[in-house]
Write a protein of this length. Structure first.
Length: 323
């Protein structure tokens, strides 16, 4: 039977028993990213390797002559040297579009917390603040309506488009930045713009880009300086898109009203992480993609691709062409 290795099974609550009919499945809850020798050892003899965050470099791939396929348990696949894999005839697959609805919903949740502060008000009520109030209502901070304001969507792939639909339904004008400028909705209050134009004009900026050399640290002091002081920044894509020191400076000095972050440059963050001390930042622990439905879809897509590879067929979600 084929050998199927999952290097960091503990990062996702996924039942891989469906693969047991097709191979010997070895599950490792965690594999240290920098331990090259251990990664090689755990992948040795495997025809298929599943991973989430463990890097497979050119050196590691060269040490795995029996490897046929690498499946990344995510949409982003920058952890794998795809050029080296192609040279060795190793198929690389990812899982596209499995969490579109989940991430769009989480983006909205972050935004709503910034505008309505539901959690803060709930905690206040449970502390007894309403009991002691001399009015039938009180407010910890101003609540602002989204209708009529402009949402800037940076990255207009499947998730960016879904976020646009949701925010447009709330009455927002939509401005999007995309290299391809495809799939423009038929709305009179939709427009394309450059990244700079969006940061200058939008009341809400939501990031939906992959991490590349071009996008790394793209949201820096110069770009943040263009934003309205009343604007909010949302990031549910990749933490490395933002220079976090520059974001801290903007938020702590009032240059920016607030931020909602589901991803950080370093995950998990340290106890002295600077943004933890700011009350105008909402941080969630990289959970936007993790709805029950999205994880089920991820599992089904990965299992189907592994079965296809082991049967000598082309997997549906192959991202590198093997010549």
């Amino acid at each position: 039977m084929a050998l199927i290795t999952v290097l960091d099974a503990g990062t996702l609550a996924v039942d891989w028993s469906a693969l047991e009919s097709y191979g010997d499945v070895r599950l490792f809850p965690n594999t240290p990213h920098g331990d090259v020798a251990l990664i090689k050892e755990r992948c040795a003899g495997a025809q298929v390797v599943l991973l989430n965050k463990v890097p497979l470099t050119r050196e590691i791939l060269a040490a795995l002559p029996e490897l046929k396929c690498v499946c990344v348990l995510a949409t982003g696949y920058n952890v794998v040297d795809t050029a080296a894999a192609r040279e060795r005839g190793i198929v690389v697959c990812n899982v596209p579009a499995y969490s579109t609805d989940s991430v769009a919903q989480h983006t909205l949740a972050l935004l709503m917390e910034l505008t309505n502060r539901v959690c803060a008000h709930n905690q206040s009520v449970h502390r007894g603040d309403w009991v002691k109030c001399d009015k039938f209502w009180y407010q910890l901070s101003p609540i602002s309506e989204l209708a009529g304001k402009t949402a800037g969507i940076v990255g207009f792939g499947a998730i960016g488009q879904k976020v646009a639909v949701v925010l447009h339904a709330l009455g927002m004008k939509i401005m999007a930045a995309s290299r391809s400028r495809k799939n423009a909705p038929d709305w009179k209050d939709f427009s394309w713009g450059s990244v700079e134009e969006i940061f200058e004009s939008a009341d809400i900026v939501s990031l939906h880009l992959p991490q590349t050399e071009e996008t790394k640290q793209m949201v820096n002091a110069a770009l943040l300086q263009k934003m309205k002081p009343t604007a909010f920044l949302i990031n549910t894509s990749r933490g490395a898109l933002i220079n976090e020191k520059d974001l801290f400076d903007a938020l702590s000095t009032g240059r920016l009203a607030g931020a909602g972050l589901d991803v950080l440059c370093t995950e998990p963050c340290s106890k002295d992480y600077s943004l933890l001390g700011l009350d105008n930042v909402i941080i969630t622990p990289h959970t936007a993609f993790f709805s029950q439905e999205s994880i089920q879809e991820l599992r089904e897509k990965i299992v189907a691709d592994v079965i296809a590879v082991l049967a000598g067929k082309t997997p549906r979600y192959q991202i590198n062409l093997i010549t």
